[in-house]
Design a protein around this ligand. Sequence first.
Ligand code: NAD
Length: 501
Amino acid sequence: MHTTMSNNTITDHVSTVDGVEVHTDHWINGRWVASADRFEDRSPIDGSHLADVAAGGGSEVDAAVAAARAAFPAWAALGPAGRAPILRRFAELINEHVDDIATVESVDNGSLLTGLKHAVVPRAALNVSFFAEHALTLGETIESPQVSNRVRFDPSGVAALITPWNAPFMLTTWKVGPALAAGNTIVVKPPEWAPLTAALLAQLSAQAGLPDGVLNLVQGIGSAAGAALVAHEDVDRISFTGSTPTARSIGRAAAETLTPVSFELGGKSPFVVLADADLDAAAQTIVAQYMNAGQVCLSGTRIIVDASIADELLDKVRTHTAALIVGDPRQPATRIGPLIHPTHAARVDGFVERARAAGARVLWGGGRHDAGELYYQPTMFDHVAHDSELFRSEVFGPVLSWHTVADADEAIAVANDQDYGLAATLFGRDATRTTYVADRLVAGTVWVNCYYVRELAAPFGGSRNSGIGREGGTWSFDFFCDVKNVATRHDSLTTSPHAGN
Ligand code: NAD
């Protein structure tokens, strides 16, 4: 097999994407493993054919889980201090390969190249190094009158890690970092619409000295490879980031094996602007909700504005939006790249057309952009009914809705009128009122006068249909570990010179 399209080439199970070689097979037990079945991966930038990627199923998942199980005892036995040097090296290697990873991810999923280079991929490296260090701090002793309670964070076994396409490399490391630091071995199932940078991660893990079988990768379609992985009886943890409907299906599979799940799901987050807000900062941050063509789970898509400042704010948002350049995400001036896939673009279009038909008014945008088939205009609706599809469903495209309210209490009511609860953004100056609103918003994260700031030590996750559990800092280890209490009666032990077994 040898195909050439634009500056991408495909030879046997290795693709060259904008000059970077990427393996397109599974990574199992420290080597590349092919499958007879393969699926096509195309770039959202121009539809060019990037790769024919191995499509795994039950047998590849069995092999990967078996490799992870075999590697588990030795990796667990290293302890946090033994694992840390390898994980630090892994993080360093990610940083050393930022350009390659960013190049491939931009072509594979359409994210802005500059953002990937300067923020997203460095952040991915930090995901690995942060959790390696954090693991060294875990454990405590709680004294009670009769006993000493020694709390241990023991590795749980084999973790299945499943990620979506909108920020695949970063989101994968957000799970890989703590799962490995906790002493688990892992099987990663990358997203089929952006599968390539996971292969770079696997390659770097081997260079870092991760023993064979500690990190495995099974490529494939969600309903085959993903479903086989979450149903596997020898998987001890499932950490999933993706859509709410898929989570329901994974939850049903996990119920059969009683495997603990961590779910980071979709959202329909509110963006509240109070009467005394800094309107310039609020306007710029509203426009940032179009980031990644709106394909961001945290995006504040329902803009809820105090009526007294609504006209002035809308003018500012309109002006900033008009300046956004839509186009090739590899060009430094571009602010909005393509949607991921023709199926997804049709879905976004469907939401917009149905909203229009239901009586919502397009303030700007409202259709495809002339940059190409998958490019969509940043769009704003008003007159959106609170029981409408657009108010209640996640579009996952550059589509926002504008709502005016009389006061802070009505803003809270409109914001919380939702089945989701992932994030909320709030702009306002008065500390008492802003705190009053922030404390009443139902969301895993509330940003006040800022957006998208994520501290790795802080909890992250969703309320309601936006997720189950929290990850970040110690919360990640609560999930990935078997937390154990060793309760020892005071003064019941002697110390021997032959410590250990
Ligand atoms: P998706 O649910 O379709 O797919 C996510 C992953 O699950 C993919 O790897 C897919 O192959 C796999 N999968 C699909 N069916 C499966 C099954 N039956 N069993 C096991 N795995 C299966 O989601 P998507 O379209 O890739 O991603 C977009 C969604 O992800 C949006 O809803 C977005 O809000 C959400 N998301 C959430 C967060 C967060 O942190 N909360 C972050 C990014 C994206």
